[in-house]
Design a protein around this ligand. Structure first.
Ligand SMILES: [Zn+2]
Length: 206
């Protein structure tokens, strides 16, 4: 099977800033359709919106109808159009064809820098799982009703598992190396002997 593993995928060269990229219409429609599937499939007191509207995500004509509906929103409502552009530029993305991963590079003012970094690391794990997924997965997910769960749910669980494994491995190395992305164990430099160590400068007390 041809997979990113077999074709020499390198994460560092696959990365780009989605925030700096001008969205195209296909990306806008895909983004809104993805969100519509999430909202439509969510269970409510009288069932999900999709079940009440008799929408079947595995039916070709229903998929096409949803795409047309979303495109209509985009073309007719300037507010939805500009909001979608903002959301597209602030949502991590992957391209299976190009093996590229777009990450958000806009640092939000309502989030601390460290929390933003952790979000980016979680996003990197999630998008990596998309890139490494079996090439037939998107088409197979389209043939079942709850394709969103297969496409996104599994990826999210596996991405968090990768993060856990990386963090556990990183526990053995200093934080600085983990932040740099270099998780290999390295030889710890020999300790300075007690006699040659520089004594700590005593703190002045006022
Ligand atoms: Zn995803």
């Amino acid at each position: 099977m041809r997979s990113p593993y077999a074709t020499g995928f390198r994460y560092s060269t696959a990365l780009y800033s989605i925030t700096d990229k001008e969205p195209d219409q296909l990306h806008r429609v895909n983004h809104l359709r993805n969100r519509a599937r999430k909202a439509g499939g969510a269970s409510g007191p009288d069932g999900s919106i999709f079940s009440r509207a008799n929408f079947d995500g595995s039916r070709k004509r229903d998929q096409e109808f949803l795409a047309r509906l979303v495109e209509g929103w985009l073309n007719d409502d300037e507010g939805i159009y500009s909001l979608t552009d903002f959301l597209v530029q602030h949502t991590p993305v992957h391209s299976r064809k190009a093996g590229a991963v777009g990450v958000v590079t806009d640092y939000p003012l309502n989030e601390s820098r460290s929390s933003y970094r952790w979000h980016t690391i979680i996003d990197l794990c999630h998008e990596l799982m998309h890139v490494l997924a079996h090439p037939d997965l998107p088409a197979a997910a389209d043939r079942i009703q709850a394709g969103q769960i297969v496409q996104e749910g599994f990826v999210e669980v596996l991405g968090l598992r990768v993060l856990q494994l990386a963090a556990r491995r990183g526990e053995a190395v200093p934080d600085e190396r983990l932040a740099q992305g270099s998780l290999e164990r390295r030889k710890t430099p020999p300790r300075r002997s007690q006699t040659t160590a520089t004594p700590a400068t005593p703190r002045r007390r006022s």
